[in-house]
Design a protein around this ligand. Structure first.
Ligand code: BTN
Length: 256
């Protein structure tokens, strides 16, 4: 059944996130649709949603399995200042994790920087694409893919590593309820993140990466060591075997 946007609006308490909600039966990627509309000047907080994506994409050039009708595929158009840009990669996974917890009771963790996991399997992924204009941000596209009612075992390429709310709970979950709460939490956290350290602490406390020995790949570089902490910006602080430390802004973590 198609997602019912009237039901989402009923539970939406956010003032600007999701107030404009554009729901499409199909898109190549909601990032593509959002980019064209962001260029045309849609206001901050506009959300593009698709029932299916024919070319859904993930980080690092990967694809994102996007079959019809079961999941949430959305992109939020944000227009942060440069100073607030980094907070998006904290706010997006945290809002997703909190919305899942509040609507289902599951307690997701976050794999640095922004994968949302349940029981060590990936429940949701975040893709943030930013367009700069000189030194300022024109717009930032926050893409969120959340496996809600997907029968993960029927998608061979992710069957061993992914999960869905349905797989975890053993029953179908209302996509509308989860989406409304995700948008509500996103707005609260985005506004709070500008005020102090509480949002960063809430994100940090869900990070399953800290205290583990990891390998981090970023660009052509690979670093190995103990994931010691994250800094105020959300970068990962890694302690190498020789005792030196390296700070990594973004990358792909695998456990050692
Ligand atoms: C990742 O973990 O690699 C990020 C996955 C992001 C997937 C979402 S689904 C909505 C939006 N549109 C896309 O094509 N990708 C993002």
């Amino acid at each position: 059944m198609s997602l019912n946007t009237a039901l989402v609006r009923k539970d939406l308490r956010a003032a600007f996130i999701g107030r404009r909600l554009v729901s499409l039966p199909s898109a190549t990627s909601t990032q593509d649709v959002a980019r064209a509309e962001a260029e045309a000047g849609v206001p901050e907080g506009t959300v593009f949603l698709a029932e299916e994506q024919t070319a859904g994409r993930g980080r690092l050039g990967r694809s994102w399995a996007s079959p019809s009708g079961a999941n949430l595929y959305l992109t939020l158009v944000m227009r942060p200042t440069v100073e607030r840009l980094r907070s998006l990669s904290i706010v997006a996974p945290l809002a997703t994790a909190q919305a899942v917890e509040e609507t289902t009771g599951l307690v997701p963790s976050i794999k640095w920087p922004n994968d949302v996991l349940v029981g060590g399997r990936k429940l949701a992924g975040i893709l943030i694409e930013t367009e700069l204009s000189g030194a300022s941000v024109s717009y930032s596209l926050v893409g969120i893919g959340l496996n809600v009612n997907l029968d993960v075992d029927r998608v061979p390429e992710i069957a061993g590593v992914a999960t869905s709310l349905k797989r975890e709970l053993g029953c179908e979950v209302s996509r509308e309820t989860v989406l409304a709460q995700l948008l509500n939490r996103f707005e609260v956290l985005y506004l709070e993140a500008a005020q102090g350290a509480a949002v960063h602490q809430a994100w940090r406390s869900r990070l399953e990466t800290l205290g583990r020995r990891v390998r981090v790949t970023f660009g052509q570089q690979v670093e190995e060591g103990l994931a010691e902490d994250v800094d105020a910006e959300g970068s990962l602080i890694l302690r190498r075997r020789d005792g030196s430390r390296v700070t990594i802004a973004a990358g792909e973590v695998t456990l050692r």
